[in-house]
Design a protein around this ligand. Sequence first.
Ligand code: B16
Ligand code: MG
Length: 245
Amino acid sequence: MKRLGKQKFKKSSRGLNTMDYRLKSMIKACIFDLDGVIVDTAVYHYQAWKRLANELGFDFTEHQNEQLKGVSRVRSLELILGWGNVTKTPAEQTELATRKNQWYVEMINRMEPSEILPGALEFLQTAKAAGLKTALGSASKNSSIILERVGLLPYFDAIVDGNHVTASKPDPEVFLKGAEALGMNPTECVVFEDAIAGVQAGKAGGMKVVGIGSPAVLTEADIVIPGLHEMTLEKLKELNSVKNR
Ligand code: B16
Ligand code: MG
């Protein structure tokens, strides 16, 4: 029998030996949402949308902004115009979305590695060391710029984002394309998501889902943790025994 070289399997800083992980787990890939899981870009989206709304003569609250998380750019604009009771033609809406995106891109172009959410880099490193494949599954059309700016691009084997899908979460398209890009079955993937629609998308795709946030909100997730700083290979392995909902 061919023996596995011991030196290849370092003891994970998070406990479980990476060789144990490879031999015992059915989960072979992690698919990460971006905003709210890896970085917090909601603050920049809010500033840019608020500036647009103010130019149109109205305002909206941070509480309303919560409803835009995980929602596409086009749908976000529709919601905001609805809050301001403003009607625009499709051509005007395209111009407004473009204007907002220019302000947003100016801000994300200044992002730095210090803006990576706690534990995200460490868990990506742990996952790669355990031989897991990694993909991004985000609604954003700006995901590559963001990952590049914060220095996380090399940690992803595949990137599927708003540029590659036609259906928004809760449709599972973005995650199914992520699994396909990694050459995995959906059942071999776990999705990390902070938005209700994103959790639903992962479950609709037949994947295990780790909710990032509050269990009271992300009720459909298989497990919920406050952030990737709480994620371990042990928890990933435990997901194997969680029955699909
Ligand atoms: P863009 P996620 C989402 O990212 C954001 O949560 C959401 O607020 C935003 O409208 C959407 O991306 C589209 O972003 O304007 O950059 O294409 O959570 O799916 O990573
Ligand atoms: Mg998100």
